[in-house]
Structures are given as structure tokens and as C-alpha cells.
Design a protein around this ligand. Structure first.
Ligand code: KG4
Ligand code: ZN
Length: 356
């Protein structure tokens, strides 16, 4: 093994006898740079959630290197699955179905999880359920908020996706808004690189912005004419780059904390505005957030303020369930399984799997 350490992100649980109606899901996630496996009961209770992160390897290169990611997944997948079963004090015979992310993501990374899940399902003769990664992110909310039920509006903000989603029912989604270019997390990562903060940039910008003045620099708020819920983050990314280049050319120092805070404000303003107006227009009073950027302190605060003003209830997962993990796939997969979704052994990894 490669020095990648595992964490079990599950909270303590009481090991009790499996009830007749209980459904235990073994879930697997390997779409990007986290190898993760979990055991989830009835879609909401997490028995184990093992996450092996490759961040320390990829940060040397300033971003995820797909070929390295696939190789590390191959090294980690079996020990991570074994650890998930051991951490939940179950064996494969206790498992009712195997759920796995089959897209979207890096195809080489996805293939590792999909192959492992197929092999287990085949060897143990268990149902196999392929899960959409975004459905997984949204479903992390079901783990942290036992009372949350659809319908609601969910803002999905990760390194690969930015969507305002109408969650009509479990596993039934309607995308109201989407990004036309970069995802929100991608913009955070690129701006962090521009000001020399390293990878992954989102949490670094979040931390540094607390020392900066968010009103010191005005960066553009991306809006798309005629599409009130869509996003564009490429303009703000270029604007930060121009600002930094301008300072360098003039031999002026720039304040990284002010840039971080002003950039973050521009992104958060747009995310909050579009989500709240979608909830108003579509008649929802429950709003959820999901994905890595949903960890962002300022986004949480500003969305909370806006929801309080509008009389809406806001939900978001614990930070460890916002970023990639298998428990969220177990939550989404449980509802797919209950809806009768089954995949064959020809299930393939689909890098650009559509959502809807
Ligand atoms: O959901 P995720 O783990 O992976 C994808 O499915 O993409 O999200 C990772 C993204 C990265 O772009 C990372 O910079 C961002 O989430 N992120 C944050 C924060 N924590 C992680 N962005 C802003 N503020 C944070 N605190
Ligand atoms: Zn993700």
C-alpha cells in the first residue's frame, strides 16, 4: 500500500440485530480522487464510511492527475471495502444490495469502483445498483437530516458541478439551473492557484477570506441573460487573473486575503440569489445544499440569512458528507433499490453521465 490513510467518517452507532425490514447497502464511490466504501442502513443510518483521500499525492501537481488516481484506486479499493464491512461489523452475507457510482467522473477512476462492485455482486449473488454521483451528493442530506423528505430545492456545488435542482421525489430530479462554463468549486480551485494558495483551493480561500475585506475589490457577478438560474464563473476567474497581472505589471503588492474575500463574496452572492429566486418561483420552502462547496462558511451563513428572511428552512450535510464519500451513494442507492432499479453485469462507467 501507498501510505494513503483511511478515515472512518461514520459516527458511533449501536450494533443491533438486523430487523426483517432492514436494508443494508454496501456502497462504493471512486469517481475522482477519493476511494470510499460504506455500509448504510435504510438509506439514512451510516454504519461505516471509509474514505481514502489521495489529495496529498495530487496536490504536488496542482490538481488531480487522472492516471495516478486510477492506479491509487486499484491499490485502495479492496482494503477500503474490507474496512467498511469490518467497521460496520457485518459480512457480505448481511448486505442486501451493492450500490456504486457509475458516473459522471474520471472514467479510469469510475471503472475501478464499478468493477469491484460488479465482482462482489456477482460473487455474492446480490443486486447491483448504479448511482448517479450528483444524486449521491443531494442524498447526503438524508443522512444528516432524518426528517428531510422531498420535494425541495437543492443547490449542488462541487468541483465538477453547479446546479439548482428541483428534487421532486427520491431519485426524481429536474435541473432548473446549470453552469455554462466552470463549476463553482473549479473557480475556487483556479483562483486559489492564481494567488498561490495551492490545491485544493476551496477550503484555503474559505480560511484566508476571514482575514480579508470582502468589499475591497468588485469582481463581476455572472448572470446569463434570459436564464435567471444559470451560472457563469469563467468571467470572475479571468477578472481575478487580470487584477493580479495588473498589480504585478505595476509592481504593486496585492492583498491575497482581500482577493479571496471579494472573490468568494461574488460567487456566494450569485449562488444564494439564484437558489432563493428558484425556490420562490417554483414554490418551495425547503432548501438544501450539497457538494464540496457546500462546506463553505460564507455560503452557509449567507444562505442561512437569506432563508431566515424568506421564512425558508435550510439543510446541508456535515462537511465530511459534502465532499466525495460512499455513504451518500448508499443513501441515494437505497431509494433507487427500493424503487426497483437494478443494473446488470454490463454496467459501465460513464464519464459524462447525464442527470435527469
Ligand atoms: O464534491 P467534491 O468533493 O468533488 C466533486 O464532486 O467535484 O467537491 C470538491 C470541491 C473542490 O473544488 C474544493 O475546492 C471545493 O469542493 N471545496 C470548497 C470548500 N471545501 C471544498 N469550496 C469552497 N469552500 C470550501 N470550504
Ligand atoms: Zn462529488
Amino acid at each position: 500500500m501507498t501510505g494513503i490513510s483511511f478515515v472512518n467518517a461514520a459516527k458511533q452507532h449501536n450494533i443491533c440485530k438486523k430487523g426483517a425490514d432492514d436494508v443494508y447497502i454496501l456502497s462504493v464511490e471512486s469517481s475522482c480522487d477519493e476511494t470510499s466504501a460504506a455500509v448504510v442502513k435504510n438509506g439514512r443510518e451510516v454504519f461505516s464510511n471509509i474514505i481514502a483521500s489521495q489529495i496529498d499525492i495530487h496536490k504536488i501537481y496542482g490538481g488531480v492527475v487522472p492516471e495516478i488516481a486510477s492506479r491509487k484506486h486499484i491499490e485502495c479499493i479492496n482494503p477500503v471495502i474490507e474496512e467498511a464491512l469490518a467497521g460496520a461489523s457485518v459480512t457480505l452475507s448481511d448486505i442486501d444490495a451493492v450500490c456504486v457510482t457509475y458516473g459522471p467522473g474520471l472514467v479510469g477512476s469510475l471503472l475501478v469502483g464499478v468493477s469491484a462492485a460488479k465482482a462482489i455482486a456477482f460473487a455474492e449473488n446480490k443486486p447491483l445498483v448504479g448511482v448517479h454521483h450528483i444524486g449521491g451528493h443531494i442524498s447526503a442530506n438524508y443522512i444528516c437530516h432524518k426528517e428531510l423528505e422531498p420535494p425541495f430545492i437543492c443547490l449542488v456545488v462541487s468541483g465538477g458541478h453547479t446546479n439548482v435542482v428541483e428534487v421532486k421525489d427520491y431519485g426524481k430530479y429536474n435541473i432548473i439551473g446549470r453552469t455554462r462554463d466552470d463549476a463553482a468549486g473549479e473557480a475556487f480551485d483556479k483562483v486559489a492557484r492564481t494567488i498561490g494558495l495551492g490545491y485544493p483551493g476551496g477550503s484555503k480561500i474559505d480560511a484566508l477570506s476571514k482575514e480579508g475585506d470582502k468589499d475591497s475589490i468588485v469582481f463581476p457577478h455572472g448572470h446569463i441573460e434570459g436564464f435567471p438560474y444559470d451560472f457563469s464563473f469563467s468571467g470572475i476567474k479571468s477578472s481575478v487573473l487580470n487584477y493580479v497581472n495588473g498589480c504585478n505589471m505595476k509592481g504593486e503588492e496585492y492583498n491575497k486575503a482581500d482577493i479571496a474575500a471579494s472573490f468568494q463574496k461574488a460567487v456566494v452572492d450569485v449562488l444564494v440569489e439564484h437558489t432563493i429566486s428558484a425556490a420562490k418561483e417554483y414554490g418551495y420552502t425547503k432548501i438544501a445544499m450539497a457538494g464540496g462547496v457546500a462546506c463553505n462558511t460564507s455560503l452557509r451563513e449567507e444562505m442561512e440569512n437569506a432563508c431566515n428572511q424568506a421564512g425558508y428552512r435550510l439543510y446541508y450535510p456535515d462537511p465530511v458528507l459534502c465532499t466525495d464519500n460512499a455513504a451518500m451513494i448508499g443513501a441515494a442507492g437505497y431509494y433507487e433499490y427500493m424503487n426497483g432499479v437494478r443494473h446488470g453485469y454490463d454496467l459501465n462507467a460513464i464519464a459524462n453521465l447525464k442527470f435527469e
